[in-house]
Design a protein around this ligand. Structure first.
Ligand code: LLP
Length: 404
């Protein structure tokens, strides 16, 4: 992404050209960045040789999933819909894991029929349902036990999942009890111990604590798991100067762990694979100047991108065409939705903007489009993939009449 003659290009394609062809608001993904992220992820954990299961909840566009599959990744799914999407995108079922606290009987049955790698169970009641399904199909189902290691991921509380107070996973005592109960079961085979402690994690310390918690379970139970699923959570740089995760320290510790325990590692990254590869292109409908604030009213709203309203998440906004003129007044970039929280960003100054200009909200490839809704009866945005300097429409903008 760079400017030539003041005009912004994404992988050599001008944003204004994309807007002319596709319109706004549009999610635009860069194939190059997606590929680069995957290669980097693989390189960071090369010595570990993990199975990398992309967390489909971060981005479920079939074309994106298909590209991810072609780059060798599997999938982590949390619903029948995500599992269907992963399969449609030609992801190998033997590279699919199923997480989530509320899998229904139908969902478990579907997953078993599709012969996926693992179902990571999160409660005793869920295991009982899995046993029922196994009986019905007269088969032995491969499961993982998801541990809640009671570790603080040191991220925002809304996306923390590994503390005792959170709904996810089983306590250490429960895991040990269930290993005893089910290790000789003819209906389930405990293949994996899984964890996922949170998202947008930027310190390696919580991950090390998590590994210690896993080691304790292995020592106490004296059970050897074929797989250890370490979840995802790796944070990305949203443009504020923050320290990022030290992959080397994390990878070194995992290496020590597998030398000792001889298990295959699974990761479930979402954000680190697609986060910075997505951009939301939006047009300025109006500029409303009040005494204190210039409201830049965009045609994208909180229904298109929820993260700022939901988590006060920070996303950079950059202009499609650069100007040298700077306006020293507070600018609030807002959407057209009738909610005060429909606000993307507030800055003290910004370059001169005009109604009709296009701006780009950055780093929205993960948890962007997937969290969008029809609130205010607005249709969901289109999605575009830039690959080999070509503009590929990978999802049409929803048709209002169809939704209505
Ligand atoms: N595995 C499990 C079991 C998960 O629950 C999640 C994310 C992941 C993997 C992927 O985590 P990642 O590598 O993307 O951090 N909507 C929030 C994020 C919620 C994450 C939920 N679980 C956001 O916009 O920040």
């Amino acid at each position: 992404m760079h400017y030539i003659n003041k005009k912004l290009l994404i992988n050599k394609v001008s944003v204004n050209k994309i807007v002319k062809q596709i319109g706004t608001p549009s999610y635009v993904y860069s194939y190059n960045l997606l590929r680069e992220n995957i290669l980097k992820f693989k390189k960071n954990f090369k010595k570990i040789n993990p199975l990398i299961c992309f967390a489909v909840k971060a981005n479920n566009n079939i074309k994106i999933l298909n590209e991810i599959s072609r780059l060798g990744l599997g999938a982590d799914v949390v619903s029948m819909g995500e599992l269907m999407a992963a399969l449609k995108a030609k992801i190998d079922p033997k590279k699919i894991v199923f997480s989530g606290v509320g899998k229904t009987y139908e969902e478990i049955m579907f997953a078993v029929k599709k012969k996926i790698l693992l179902i990571n169970a999160e409660s005793k009641s869920e295991i009982e349902v899995i046993l029922k399904v196994a009986k019905k199909f007269n088969t032995r189902i491969n499961i993982g036990l998801r541990l809640n290691p009671n570790v603080d991921a040191l991220t925002i509380k809304e996306i923390t999942t590994g503390k005792q107070i959170n709904k996810f996973g089983l306590s250490d005592n429960e895991v040990i009890e269930f290993i005893k109960l089910y290790k000789n079961s003819k209906l389930v085979s405990i293949k994996c111990l899984s964890v996922h402690i949170g998202s947008q994690i930027t310190s390696h310390i919580p991950y090390l604590k998590m590994l210690n918690a896993i080691q304790k379970i292995i020592n106490k139970s004296n059970y050897s798991f074929e797989y250890i699923d370490l979840g995802g959570g790796m944070g990305i740089n949203y443009g504020k100067n923050i320290k990022l995760l030290n992959y080397k320290k994390y990878a070194d510790q995992i290496l020590k762990f597998i030398t000792k325990n001889n298990a295959k590692i699974i990761f479930e990254p979402g954000r680190s694979i697609v986060g910075n590869a997505g951009f939301l292109v939006s047009k300025i409908i109006y500029i409303k100047k009040t005494k204190k604030v210039n409201f830049i009213i965009l045609d994208a709203g909180m229904n298109d991108l929820m993260r700022p309203a939901l988590y006060k998440a920070y996303h950079r906004i950059i202009p499609a065409v650069k100007s040298r003129i700077k306006i020293f007044k507070r600018h609030d970039f807002v959407g057209p939705v009738c909610e005060t929280t429909d606000k993307f960003l507030s800055v003290k100054s910004y370059q001169k903007l005009n109604e009709g200009d296009n701006v780009i909200i950055c780093d929205v490839g993960a948890y962007g489009k997937v969290l969008s809704s029809n609130y205010n009866l607005r249709s969901k945005a289109s999605e575009i993939l830039i690959k080999n300097s070509k503009i590929l429409r990978i999802k049409k903008k929803e048709n209002l009449k169809t939704i209505i």
